[in-house]
Design a protein around this ligand. Structure first.
Ligand code: UDP
Ligand code: MG
Length: 153
């Protein structure tokens, strides 16, 4: 099992799509292992988007991520990182495939609804960035035997 980090960005929260996006992850079979609303600030954003701080669009990106609270989620499943990235779609919503979250809800390269960790290594780092250990739960997933074959779990 892997756990991955998703942020429902201000573009999701403001457009009142929280329930709709959470529903997509739950329907896929991902377990919600942690979830909370939080207001991001420049410190956490400079860390989270360290690969982008020198890009000209970074100030606008930071502004867009501070425009309202976000919802941080820890999602668990087999190969959860790759599954969630696949569901997220290409960064630019205008180029993202229909059927992906960005391809279904976004028209923007920046206001693109969700963040999702891009590798298991980064998922671990990002989960620690947004959650305290006791905010991520291990609990029985009653439907597990109907979500996966025995040798997949
Ligand atoms: N972003 C932007 N302009 C760009 C590229 C990215 O505003 O030209 C924003 C966008 O919100 C994106 C985030 O920066 O989701 C992180 O960029 P990254 O390349 O890591 O894309 P992601 O992993 O989110 O698809
Ligand atoms: Mg990224």
């Amino acid at each position: 099992m892997e756990t991955t980090l998703v942020l429902l960005k201000p573009s999701c929260v403001q457009r009142q799509l929280i329930g709709e996006i959470v529903n997509r992850f739950e329907r896929r079979g991902l377990q919600v292992a942690g979830m909370k609303m939080m207001q991001l600030d420049d410190n956490i954003l400079r860390e989270h988007y360290a690969h982008l701080v020198d890009r000209p669009f970074f100030p606008a990106l930071a502004q867009s991520m501070k425009a309202s609270p976000v919802v941080a989620m820890a999602l668990r499943g087999v190969e959860a990182v790759a599954v969630v990235r696949g569901m997220t779609g290409y960064t630019n919503g205008r180029k993202a495939d229909p059927g992906t979250i960005r391809g279904d809800y976004a028209m923007s390269n920046q206001q693109n609804i969700v963040h999702a960790s891009d590798s298991p290594e980064n998922a671990k780092i990002e989960l620690e960035r947004f959650f305290r250990p006791e905010e991520i739960f291990e609990y029985n997933h009653a439907l597990l035997s109907f979500l996966y074959a025995t040798d997949e779990r």
